[in-house]
Design a protein around this ligand. Structure first.
Ligand code: NAD
Length: 421
């Protein structure tokens, strides 16, 4: 039984009219009428004008919801803001298969972020590095004096690390300030602390602090998710074997791994955007982590269990927040967080990782069986119909004919449209 008391498992959700889907989400997530109206509203221009510079307007993406997600025994409807067709459907389908064996199990480490301070021109590099560690207590105290709120919540600067790097400029010291950022993404919090402790580090080392900024390789803030995908639901053990053959290429070849990981980010970015998080930070962290061994590789791994079922696992850094940044400012981000029902950044990260695994499973499953285009085609045909100039119910008519003829081409769409008219 899901800890939420409600099931996110729905059949034929995609066939419902939009109003019915909104009604379902409203009931599932206890939305008010006012919150429900946010779905069809745009970000108001005054808020937008406070968020970035030189504002002219806003830019909309479709917002959908993936169904069937069960993560750590809790049901989730997963909001996704994305322009690419088939992604939401694929995630929902993968989650449906995963829930047969209990859904996803996911675990996030403490939300530790790394702030970097680059120290140049220290006369005695080894001595300066030692001095930094000898003053660890004072440095952490000064860092923590910058963010009382974070410290009161049990977070704050927790540790220091010192690295000595060779570079074209000669040896340099890089100090890592390790900060527990609790439910924030943490960039502003960490950057403020780094800037505050820089003069103290200059005094201690006799050097010059150049860069003082967060690292997006958040490898102290890792999330793992796992699921078992039932062989019978996949079409039998031979499909599991075909899946594993497909996966193997991503594990050894960066050309394939880049595309494989892009598929993972299809899901992850969509949820990251929907919750007002920083997708560039997530992307940078994910790809840097995928290359941590020196060779860029897959963020997921797969194997077959003793029953012949497919076991999928994902591990990546996820610097996500439920407070601060756009997560707090954007009304749709707040709405999406309520739909999810997450109460901590850790919980959000666990759902994000599960979604990434679901997305990757769905893509490899399609690639190992019918190919990726089949699922894409109906929406792609509609896009082509619109490009050809179809309007209203002409769009479906043109798309249906294109699919029937198995020729989804713009020139043919124009011909069909002319025939209809
Ligand atoms: P923030 O400064 O808006 O909010 C974090 C602050 O909220 C904390 O410092 C704390 O004082 C307070 N807070 C209140 N309740 C909290 C809770 N429960 N848990 C944690 N903190 C709580 O935001 P941030 O998360 O420090 O920074 C995120 C923003 O920084 C994003 O918009 C990101 O795009 C941007 N950014 C990113 C980079 C980068 O990734 N390299 C660099 C600069 C800025």
């Amino acid at each position: 039984m899901s800890s939420r008391g409600k099931s996110s498992k729905v059949s034929g959700f995609y066939k419902m009219p939009v109003e019915k889907r909104v009604e379902f989400v409203k009931n599932f997530s206890d939305l008010t009428d006012e919150e429900t109206r946010i779905f069809s509203s745009s970000l108001d221009i005054k808020t937008a004008d406070k968020m970035i510079e030189n504002v002219l307007g806003t830019f909309e993406l479709p917002l959908g919801v993936s169904v069937n997600f069960l993560v750590n025994c809790k049901d989730y409807l997963v909001p996704m803001a994305i322009e690419e067709s088939s992604v939401v459907a694929a995630a929902s389908n993968a989650a449906k298969i995963a829930r047969i064996n209990g859904g996803f199990t996911a675990k996030c480490t403490n939300p530790l972020m790394i702030g970097q301070l680059q120290i140049l021109n220290a006369a005695d590099i080894a001595g300066a590095a030692q001095n930094i560690m000898d003053h660890k207590k004072e440095i952490l105290l000064l860092a923590n004096a910058q963010d009382k709120i974070l410290v009161d919540l049990g977070g704050g600067a927790k540790d220091l690390e010192v690295r000595i790097l060779d570079s074209p400029l000669g040896k340099m010291i890089v100090t890592h300030l390790i900060v527990d950022v609790r439910d924030a993404m943490g960039a502003n919090a960490v950057n403020t602390m780094c800037e505050a402790v820089a003069p103290m580090l200059e005094e201690i080392t006799g050097g010059k602090v150049r860069l003082k900024i967060l690292s997006n390789l958040a490898d102290r803030r890792l999330v793992k998710a796992k699921a078992v995908f039932e062989k019978e639901k996949m079409g039998g053990e031979h499909v599991v074997d075909a899946f594993l053959e497909s996966y193997t290429l991503a594990s050894v070849d960066p050309y394939r791994a880049a595309t494989h990981n892009k598929g993972i980010m299809n899901g992850i970015d969509a949820l990251i955007i929907a919750t007002g998080n920083d997708f560039r930070a997530i992307e940078a962290g994910a790809h840097a982590y995928a290359a941590r061994s020196g060779q860029y590789t897959s963020l997921t791994t797969y194997h077959k269990d003793k029953n012949g079922n497919l076991v999928g696992e994902i591990e990546l850094p996820l610097a996500v927040g439920i407070v601060g940044g756009a997560a707090s400012m954007h009304p749709k981000a707040r709405l999406c967080r309520k739909i999810l029902g997450v109460t901590t950044a850790k919980e959000l990260a666990e759902v994000v990782a599960s979604l990434g695994l679901a997305q990757n499973f769905a893509a490899l499953f399609a690639l190992s069986t019918v190919g990726i285009q089949k699922g894409h085609m109906s929406l792609h045909a509609k896009n082509i119909a619109v490009m050809a100039g179809a309007k209203g119910n002409q769009i479906d008519k043109v798309a249906e004919q294109l699919i029937k003829e198995k020729k989804i081409k713009l020139d043919r769409a124009k011909e069909i449209l002319a025939e209809i008219r």
